[in-house]
Design a protein around this ligand. Structure first.
Ligand code: TZP
Ligand code: MG
Length: 212
């Protein structure tokens, strides 16, 4: 069975921003602070390094906190992740679903009405969660595309919700602005937790404004 997952506060990891701490250390603290889902993302890692990083993150996650791997379907499968997240330039969602089977979660990025329409046109059960963004422009991903703003995110989130898909917002989100986000089921952050002096406190601060 595909596991239901809690998207309320979804951490996407960044190895460089986590230094000098390790990613598993940051993840452990972030989960203690209330992170509900984790995606291992490292564009600079070799396949082998990404695999080992995913295993190390998996080892610190309590049951019930879903683990996704960014881009790498093979790593997600081999490391026993709960799911995989792909962007618009990665393998097509229907092909990824065929590879991962019915029981794992599939996330897809959508940054425009056209990309949301394409996600919603996929056969039911292909995609589980749509990552909508960037909400605001962000130094973490300078090439993320045009900022949608909270109203743009809400419009796309409402379309996902009407189609029965979970949605999360991403891009420039922190505890000071997350309350502006509506019509999504959760928020995704990278730097707000990975670059925080105290990732557990940062997660608690986000949870205070992002209730389930
Ligand atoms: N996709 C769209 S924006 C983004 C990704 C991976 C980065 C978000 O990082 P931050 O630090 O939470 O703004
Ligand atoms: Mg990608």
């Amino acid at each position: 069975m595909r596991s239901a997952f809690d998207p309320t506060l979804y951490l996407v990891t960044d190895t460089a921003l986590s230094r000098p701490r390790t990613v598993p250390d940051v993840v452990r603290a972030a989960v203690a602070g209330g992170v509900t889902a984790v995606q291992v993302r490292d564009k600079d890692a070799s396949r082998r390094e990404l695999y080992e990083l995913t295993l190390a993150v998996r080892a610190v996650l309590p049951p019930g906190v879903a683990l996704f791997v960014n881009d790498a379907v093979d790593v997600a499968l081999l490391a026993g992740a709960d799911g995989v997240h792909v962007g618009q330039d990665d393998l097509p969602p229907a092909e990824v679903r065929a590879l991962i089977g019915p029981d794992r979660l599939l996330g897809l990025s959508a940054g425009s009405p056209a990309e949301m329409a394409a996600a919603l046109a996929l056969p039911p059960g292909t995609v589980d969660v749509v990552g909508i963004g960037p909400v605001w422009s962000t130094a973490t991903k300078p090439d993320a595309g045009a900022a949608l703003g909270p109203a743009g995110v809400a419009a796309l989130g409402a379309r996902a919700r009407a189609a029965g898909l979970v949605s999360v917002a991403i891009g420039g989100i922190d505890a000071g602005n997350a309350a502006a986000l509506g019509a999504v089921d959760g928020v995704c952050v990278v730097s707000a937790i990975c670059a925080a002096a105290d990732p557990a406190a940062a997660a608690r601060g986000l949870r205070a404004v992002v209730a389930r």
